[in-house]
Ligand binder design. Structure first.
Ligand code: FE2
Length: 181
């Protein structure tokens, strides 16, 4: 019977279990796992950055911005959660994430500039990860990375809009002062 699988385990079920585990790991492209791991590090770094910017904004009594930074941080934690779920589906678990230190900022515009850098890093990574997923024929990973790419782009647009609105408000102030001069 050439198609019959030969099992060498003397314990019923043990060989089957091990074979199934190995099959799950063996089918995963290591580059995909690498992207998932790097994405985790970037998402947690972004979340840490936004929490730090929220605290800095709170110290400057800019409570609206502090709230928005916390919202952004929570969105990044949700992304990290989705990445973790995908890792588990692939038979892996998150390894040690390396976080980028938070950046000091003295104003809202500096904070928003820092946030834009974080978003751009995520966008670039997801673009590469999406392309790799397509190349290796992994539709599920392409869906995940493609969706996260779009969500990061939407976050970047939101941050850019806050910066534009803030600058517009700043430019409006001198006009009022000139009126009183
Ligand atoms: Fe994210």
């Amino acid at each position: 019977m050439p198609n019959q699988i030969r099992r060498t385990s003397v314990m019923a079920g043990v060989g089957q279990y091990r074979q199934r585990q190995l099959a799950g790991q063996a089918g995963v492209n290591p580059s995909l796992l690498g992207y998932l791991g790097r994405a985790m590090s970037l998402e947690f770094s972004a979340a840490q950055q936004y929490i730090a910017q929220a605290a800095l904004a709170q110290n400057r009594a800019e409570l609206d911005f502090a709230h928005e930074f916390v919202v952004l941080a929570n969105e990044e934690f949700r992304h990290a959660s989705e990445l973790t779920e995908r890792m588990v589906d692939l038979g892996a678990l998150p390894a040690g994430s390396i976080l980028t230190p938070a950046t000091p900022a003295m104003s809202v515009l500096e904070s928003l500039s820092v946030c834009q850098i974080n978003e751009q890093q995520l966008i670039d990574l997801y673009q590469q990860a999406y392309q790799l997923s397509r190349n290796v024929g992994s539709a599920e990973d392409a869906e995940l990375f493609g969706r996260l790419f779009e969500e990061e782009r939407a976050q970047l647009v939101r941050i850019q809009q806050w910066a534009a609105d803030y600058q517009a408000r700043l430019q409006a102030v001198p006009k009022m002062n000139r009126g009183f001069a």
